[in-house]
Design a protein around this ligand. Structure first.
Ligand code: ATP
Ligand code: MG
Ligand code: MG
Length: 535
């Protein structure tokens, strides 16, 4: 299936962009600095970079900062950091606000050429009129009146604040995006870059085509939910006599059980339902990286998505499966045992003193390094494994050899409290059904490391929230699962952010130490849900 997908990708991209000339293509990624980047933004950014590179052109990172109510410098800085992390390197960083004067002059031009008019119709009524194809009462105001009202807007006078500027395209076009969209509105809040210089700001619908054109963008990549707005984008450029920009639609990325809207993500942060924007439950670039998704897997996945036009919500499985292929060959192997009810095993003929052996951290990849495994005459095994042993069963202690279960002690509740085994190192490990991870007793010279295994559930209980659904009604009550465990002391080698595997448990990313315990976040691998969340 993977081979098929890559062939399909190559074929779709071979079609490339229309009218693209090598060396002359300019694309842009235009985030609004109103939140942190999420996985949907990552797709847009990666596709833009992909095409800029493919044609040896240029990528512009443009902050689309036209709404002082939502935007902050803090977000701009973190967006730049996240782009770095994603391996996205723009050739230039620009701001829509760099062009406020030009945009303003173009707005004046629109008024003077009769292509824009000022309107003070109430917001609700305007929405209704646009819906029903009714012309505004100001649609045919004179240029002088419009200029006067726009001047009031520019000063943000009491009168001016009641008005907005609309493009005069049509009031009844079947495409509602063409029904005289608003192109300028007042905002008296200070702008994070231009301060209080401006009281009027262009809307996205106006600023985007104009700035694309004047910044030299040749191909504007837009998510296809804007497709209805494409004719409007083209209209603006024509109305101002500006250079044409080619639009290339791609499908907006959506995942099941996942919110990809900055507004809703803000809500989760504000409610304290997550620990912050980098919470491993979050679909932000920071969140998914903290959860163990690699940039390489993200890139492979996004490019495989390519120009598909589907509106469906994707499962997370596929991206995690892609990630697993990236991390499996390099993830060091360690062992961990859940502390709750772990079972001491006495090996009657075990080593009289602790022995230490040097073993590879990854059996198939010596480059991953070496670890020390301690062999003692009493070892610890997981309760769950112990429960599966049959009387006199021969099992395999991994990285050691076979052992035969001789006696099992249980308490009244059926919990196994002790086991005795005979080592049977001549036994053939290929003939045993159970290969068990184990750990040397903590009293051995190489102490065990106390750790916490963390796993997470989706934040919402519904696959796809509809327009009218209130997020509040779909918050998953418990989304974090913690299991105390011990691990082999070699985990001391790990640095925060390292990806590894606890054998027979799954892949984890080391998230740092809290209260003397190393915390590990389970990385989904695209298969069944992991141990921690189900226990
Ligand atoms: P949000 O709803 O999260 O605020 P947005 O589209 O308003 O998203 P912007 O910062 O304006 O956020 O988006 C920057 C770019 O990223 C835009 O070109 C937009 O089309 C693209 N983008 C945003 N969300 C997605 C997504 N889910 N899939 C693909 N591209 C996306
Ligand atoms: Mg936007
Ligand atoms: Mg949005």
């Amino acid at each position: 299936a993977n081979k098929l997908r890559s062939t399909k990708t190559a074929a779709s991209f071979a079609m490339g962009l229309v009218n693209a000339e090598d060396g002359k293509v300019v694309t842009r990624f235009p985030p609004e600095p109103s939140g942190y980047l999420h996985i949907g933004h990552a797709k847009a950014a990666m596709l833009n970079q992909y095409f800029a590179k493919m044609y040896h052109g240029k990528l512009i990172i443009r902050f689309d900062d036209t709404n002082p109510s939502k935007e902050r410098t803090e977000f701009q800085d973190t967006i730049l950091e996240d782009l770095q992390l994603l391996g996205i390197h723009g050739d230039v960083v620009t701001h829509t606000s760099d062009h406020f004067q030009i945009l303003y002059d173009y707005a004046l031009q629109m008024i003077k050429t009769g292509k824009a008019y000022a309107d003070d119709t109430e917001q609700l009524q305007m929405r209704e009129e646009r819906m029903n194809g009714v012309a505004s009462k100001h649609r045919n105001d004179s240029v002088e009146d419009n200029l006067a009202h726009f001047a009031e807007m520019t000063q943000a006078t009491t009168e001016g604040l009641r008005w907005c500027l609309r493009a005069k395209i049509s009031f009844e076009n079947p495409n509602k995006a063409l029904r005289d969209p608003v192109i300028y509105r007042c905002n008296v809040l200070p702008h994070h870059r231009t301060g209080d210089k401006w009281k009027v700001y262009p809307t996205y619908d106006f600023a985007c085509p104009v700035v694309d054109s004047i910044e030299g963008v040749t191909h504007a990549l837009r998510t296809n939910e804007y497709r209805d707005r494409n004719p409007q984008y083209e209209w603006m450029l024509k109305a101002l006599g500006l250079r044409k920009v080619y639009i290339w639609d791609f499908s907006r990325l959506n995942f099941i059980y996942t919110l990809l809207s900055k507004r809703k993500l803000h809500w989760f942060v504000d409610q304290g339902l997550v620990r912050g924007w980098d919470d491993p439950r979050f679909p932000t670039v920071r969140g998914i990286r903290r959860r163990g998704l690699t940039v390489e897997a993200l890139q492979q996945f996004m490019l495989a998505q390519g120009p598909s036009q589907g509106f469906v919500s994707l499962e997370w499985d596929q991206i995690w499966a892609t990630n697993k292929k990236v991390i499996d060959p390099v993830a060091p192997r360690h062992w961990a045992i859940a502390t709750d009810k772990m079972v001491p095993v006495t090996l009657t003929n075990g080593p009289s003193a602790p022995e230490v052996k040097t073993l590879p951290k990854h059996k198939k990849n010596p480059d991953v390094g070496e670890k020390k495994t301690v062999y003692t005459s009493t070892v610890l095994v997981e309760q769950e494994d112990a429960q599966s042993f049959e009387d006199q069963e021969e099992i395999t202690l991994m990285d050691w050899g076979n052992a035969i279960v001789r006696s099992v002690t249980k308490d009244a509740a059926g919990t196994i409290t002790a086991i005795t085994m005979d080592l049977h190192l001549e036994g053939d490990f290929r003939k045993t059904k159970k290969k068990i991870t184990w750990l040397a007793q903590p009293s051995s010279p190489h102490a065990l490391a106390p750790i916490v295994l963390l796993d997470y559930d989706y934040l919402i209980t519904k696959k796809k929230l509809e327009e009218n659904d209130d997020v509040k009604d779909y918050v998953t009550p418990q989304t974090e699962f913690r299991v105390d465990a011990v691990a082999d002391a070699n985990v001391a080698d790990l640095k925060k952010g390292d990806i590894m595997q606890f054998e027979r448990k799954g892949y984890y990313i080391y998230d740092g130490e809290v209260d003397g315990k190393k915390e590990f976040i389970c990385i989904p691998d695209g298969r069944a849900a992991s141990l921690a969340s189900k226990s």
